[in-house]
Design a protein around this ligand. Structure first.
Ligand code: ADP
Ligand code: MG
Length: 265
């Protein structure tokens, strides 16, 4: 599942790590691929991402299988991470001259570019993990494009605030383009409202508008704005382990349960 929205600060990384942690707590085997050079998801999951450790860059640029790079998350059994190092910042430019540059991540995940040619390799990732979550950077560049080509499903976190829907048209146009030319399987399966402040009429208005537009794609659970959610990464944790009884953790757990029930990948 590709977690994307070209806007920064809408809760992509927070959603990726907490949904991944919650799915692991539900007994699923989960892989998080950190595709943002800032490596925030790697930090939150306490996986080393200093320059030199095997990372997403090695998969994208060097063609190494990501299944071999994945590291276990120390706090959460069943959760593995492919960390992002700062090298990834250069990948966008390095890949420009590479053949089939938009299919590199798919190849590193599945062992094949756009079609299954090597069933043994494909089976390896698919056998090892029930869910693969890709945390995208805040842009619609070549990194995000690689994620959209690699994944079957997409989750868009939307911050419940005034400009929430701005830029979403451009994101959906990109999804249509990818579906038409590069990855016909891609579907926007899941929309999640984040940083929801139930006390404001504005948040309720945004939620109504998003639900009116996207219907059942929107999860019933909204993620409330909660300071515990934003504190957790500074302890190298998700809120699921940092404060499991807090409203943020309970909401992410509910959202993960909805995703698991829908059978998303
Ligand atoms: P993105 O990955 O889309 O740039 P982040 O997940 O990094 O967004 O979130 C942006 C900021 O908002 C971070 O500082 C994060 O801790 C904070 N944040 C995200 N979700 C919540 C929430 N539910 N409550 C409070 N703060 C949040
Ligand atoms: Mg992020």
């Amino acid at each position: 599942m590709v977690v994307a929205n070209q806007k920064g600060g809408v809760g992509k990384t927070t959603t990726t790590v907490n949904i991944a942690a919650a799915l692991a707590q539900l007994g699923q085997r989960v892989l998080v691929i950190d595709l943002d050079p800032q490596g925030n998801a790697s930090t939150a999951l306490s996986v080393e991402h200093r320059r030199g450790v095997p990372s997403t860059y090695d998969g994208l640029v060097e063609g190494k299988p990501l299944a071999d790079i994945a590291r276990p998350c120390p706090d959460l059994p069943g959760l593995f991470v492919v960390p992002a190092t700062i090298d990834l910042a250069g990948a966008e430019i390095e890949l420009v001259s590479v053949v089939a540059r938009e299919g590199r991540l798919r190849k590193a995940i599945h062992g094949h570019p756009l079609v299954v040619t090597d069933a043994a390799r494909a089976a390896e990732v698919e056998d090892r993990f029930d869910y693969v979550l890709i945390d995208c950077p805040p842009s619609l560049g070549l990194l995000t494009l690689n994620a959209l080509v690699a994944g079957d499903e997409m989750m868009i976190p939307i911050q419940a605030e005034y400009y929430a829907l701005e830029g979403l048209g451009q994101l959906l146009e990109t999804v249509d383009m990818v579906r038409a030319h590069l990855n016909p399987d891609l579907a926007v399966s899941t929309i999640l409202l984040t940083m929801y402040d139930a006390r404001t009429r504005l948040a309720a208005g945004v939620a109504d508008e998003v639900r009116g537009h996207f219907g059942d794609q929107v999860l019933r659970t909204n993620i409330p704005r909660s300071v515990r959610v934003s504190e957790a990464p500074s302890y190298g944790q998700t809120v699921m382990t940092y404060d499991p009884g807090s409203p943020g953790a309970l909401s992410y757990f509910e959202a993960a349960r909805e995703i698991a029930t829908k059978g998303a990948r």
